[in-house]
Design a protein around this ligand. Sequence first.
Ligand code: AHG
Ligand code: MN
Ligand code: MN
Length: 335
Amino acid sequence: MPTANLTETLKNYTKDAQLAELIEEIADCCEQISARLKLGALTGILGALEDTNVQGETQKELDVIANDLLKEALLAIPSVAGIASEEEDLPVGGNPEGRFLVLFDPLDGSSNIDVNVSVGTIFSVLELPEGANGGEESAYLQSGRKQLAAGYALYGPSTTLSLTTGKGVQQFALNNSGEFLLITEAMNIPADTKEFSINMSNQRFWQPEMQNYIGELLAGETGSRNKNFNMRWIASMVADVHRVLTRGGIFTYPWDNREPNKPGKLRLMYEGNPMSLLVEQAGGLATTCFGNILDIEPTKIHQRVAVALGSKNEISMLLAAHQPASASKAAELNR
Ligand code: AHG
Ligand code: MN
Ligand code: MN
């Protein structure tokens, strides 16, 4: 059966030819990152940043390699007005006449590389506001609702690309010729689940409402939920969210009090927002536990956010468990 490739598929999901071209360029970068990851230690790229290999060349961490690859490719595209990356302190301006701002986490879950566990690339596309400058942070401070496109590549046993342009979520798999082929026309998160994903080692730092909610999941059949739950934590957001998009579940990296001025570990603009749009487009919900992630008006490009996303009915249960905390308390804690 002939399968549509990314270029053919995009024609059905956006009328914006420049946006389609941009997405294809991002996919191309992901294909190159995938090829490097596949070779792992054989290419000598697993060393620390300051290491030198046997030839005396400086080895770079894969985060930096992936970042440079995306940065260089994207800034060469005339429609790109600027980029912002987890690996860049400040945004980098592109073509002042360009339309798009691209935000990305070049390598998510990079602590998993050394142990050969799945990692990914996350991206988000915004429009340059009129009169704004793609080299300035203020241009990027737009709510997640304004995203024109969002997606991620997952470098797992197979490399896949999940993508939304606001018309559902399409999934592609990379073949041996470097082409992304459509494998799922509309990813759909089942509303109910028995699976949750959280770093349990942080339990004592969570807010009481989260302690109670997870406590009930752990109690299973013996607690108020009356059913047993299973737990998964890969420690790569891309891989954990991909599982949720594929077979349901909830994923959360909630607020905790380890560092009171950081409302969560994950970053809003290139982790929380793109993943939230994908989840909503696949029929799920994404929240800070106190409000919708996509409605947050950002104040900083690298700001952090508490994240809980996934199966609609289970996220609704989680939200109900957080009702007792007043809105003012949530605001005070910047959650
Ligand atoms: P990154 O590698 O881009 O910094 O992101 C890592 C994030 C995310 O991918 C994952 O869900 C989380 O950190 C894992 O956190 P723990 O180390 O606390 O498990
Ligand atoms: Mn990340
Ligand atoms: Mn990263």
